[in-house]
Design a protein around this ligand. Structure first.
Ligand code: 13P
Length: 324
């Protein structure tokens, strides 16, 4: 897209947001123009990680929420805010983790492990959440798992995050996790061998690793090297607090742009792996979504969930928010 065209689309988005009483919530994985705040030349009214966006969704005053993220995130906003209209610019923006597990799978797991509490990562669809005891995001997963009295817990669906959590929880509490076999298509690609090679090229760089990267990649990276294994928010905070000037990022490519924007004096080496789902959202379909609000076209973009499903899926999300 030409720069002039981008500028006029952004201007039109800003105008339509006012006209249609709409707010744009945008995840840190979005392309820079979608996650930059409106006051700084972008179009977002709030940018955050999945937990930050869930919380923000409960505070907005506008009637219409447009979610620049993937579908499970927009569903969470709808569950937390059923009286609002929630839209996503492309309903096909899915998630390999969310589609790896269904409500029926959770019911079966419960039958196989009676009485064991089930923790669902927020990267699940509403029907799956409704069968679980509590949700978590990468930011609060550890505290939530530690809060249960039970010595065994079921954690779904991310197997790598589960193994990484298991290691920390076992060290601190001796608890055992029963895991599902879901993976994030993006974080799965950070292998031990690729990170080891980067470690040799950049001997002074610290590692910024998302919980969802495979455990062999974590072992190779953090062995004798400073860095962080955690949530998107942990990564952003650590990069700011560390005295280091150079980091290797193992997470979504555009988080590298977020980091550079926040800490321009630091260097972020980012093997550029993009989430093909979240990248289905762009300035063009955001504009189309705004145009569709209050017209017969709005159903193409609006998240609709059955009232009873909203009621049931709200219970584990509300429990999670006590740990925010
Ligand atoms: P957080 O925003 O909670 O870190 O997770 C983003 C995500 O969906 C990773 O797959």
């Amino acid at each position: 897209m030409e720069q002039l065209e981008i500028t006029s689309i952004k201007k039109e988005i800003q105008r339509l947001k006012k006209e249609k009483n709409a707010v744009v919530l945008s995840h840190y994985y979005m392309t820079p123009e979608l996650q930059t705040l409106a006051g700084k030349g972008g179009v977002a009214d709030f940018v955050g990680d999945s937990l930050g966006l869930s919380i923000e969704a409960t505070r907005v005053t506008q009637q219409n929420i447009i979610f620049c993220g993937v579908r499970f995130m927009a569903e969470t906003a709808k569950i937390l805010n059923p009286s609002k209209n929630v839209f996503i610019p492309d309903k096909d923006a899915g998630c390999s983790l969310a589609s790896s597990i269904t409500a029926a799978d959770v019911i079966k797991l419960r039958q196989q492990h009676p009485g064991i509490p089930v923790i669902a990562y927020i990267n699940t669809y509403a029907a799956t959440k409704a069968e679980c005891d509590i949700c978590c995001t990468s930011r609060n997963a550890l505290n939530i798992a530690k809060s249960f009295d039970s010595g065994t817990l079921i954690f779904v669906p991310d197997v790598h995050m589960g193994h990484n959590l298991q290691k920390k929880i076992a060290e601190e509490t001796g608890k055992k996790l029963i895991l599902w076999n879901g993976i994030c298509d993006v974080h799965e690609q950070f292998s031990g061998s690729s990170l080891k090679a980067l470690k040799e090229i950049y001997p002074r760089a610290e590692f910024l690793l998302h919980w969802e990267v495979p455990e062999d990649a974590v072992a190779v990276s953090l062995n004798n090297r400073k860095g962080v294994l955690g949530s998107t928010n942990d990564i952003l905070r650590y990069a700011g607090e560390s005295a280091s000037k150079q980091f290797i990022l193992a997470s979504e490519c555009d988080l590298g742009a977020t980091l550079k924007g926040m800490y321009p004096e630091k260097e972020f080496i980012t093997p550029c792996i993009r989430c093909p789902n979240i990248k289905k959202i762009n300035l063009n379909n955001l504009l189309k979504t705004l145009e569709a609000i209050d017209t017969s076209e709005s159903g193409r973009f609006e998240i609709t969930l059955d009232q009873e499903l909203i009621r049931r899926a709200y219970i584990p999300i509300k429990r999670m928010l006590q740990f925010a």
